[in-house]
Design a binder for this molecule. Sequence first.
Ligand SMILES: [Zn+2]
Length: 258
Amino acid sequence: MSRELTEIATGVLVATARQYTTTSTVVLGTGGGCLVVDPAVSVAEITALAGELAARGLGAAAGWATHPHWDHILWCAELGDAPRYAAPKAVRTAARERTGLIEAVQRAAPGHDLALFGALLPLDGETIPWPGPAAQVVVHDGHAPGHGAVWLPDTGTLLAGDMCSDIEIPLPDLDQADPFGDYQAGLDLLAALPVRQVVPGHGHVGDAAEFRRRVAADRSYLDRVRAGQRSDDPRLTEPWLVAEHGRHVELGSRHMGR
Ligand SMILES: [Zn+2]
């Protein structure tokens, strides 16, 4: 387990937090600026990330939150006051659900500056405006409303948010009207990209072959649960994932019964 930034592609650095194997990604731009995606999770870890950036002579030029879940909308004063963006639907969802998000962060990772928590600007465009390599956003509703993966075409790097994990099953947003359909649509968008390395929000960096393997595993998982059948996916280890799996199967069988 390392909190250190590891360069996984030219100019793309990833740190991994202790809690939920959560990744934070830093993309190097011009003039010492960087794009900071989903900095996480504990106050100590985010502060250490800011310290490491400062030690390398780097400063955040922009931030990106992949989706409106509490562990992806964090920030700290030491990271500076760069604009932090998310997809418009994600920003609206984070604002609407703020009370619950604050309860969750206070419970799981207490001590964050709540004035900075979820302080996001809606980005109505396909690329993040910042002085650095092209950073395209791939927005869908697969895991949460307005889930925005970041695609870095120069290096073939996909910052997948909470998709394409090696340690978590697909987690559709069960509050939506068509959770499985939304998830499948999001997965299809990501699968169409010529990915050379994938950074999941939780889990480990994978290469092109591993990305393909994860997409196939996620599709086969979704096919099973949509048909109301249990899956023997090897990622079903933690009790909370097993519980989610039960909900997926139940939802799938309800739809089958119609
Ligand atoms: Zn999430």
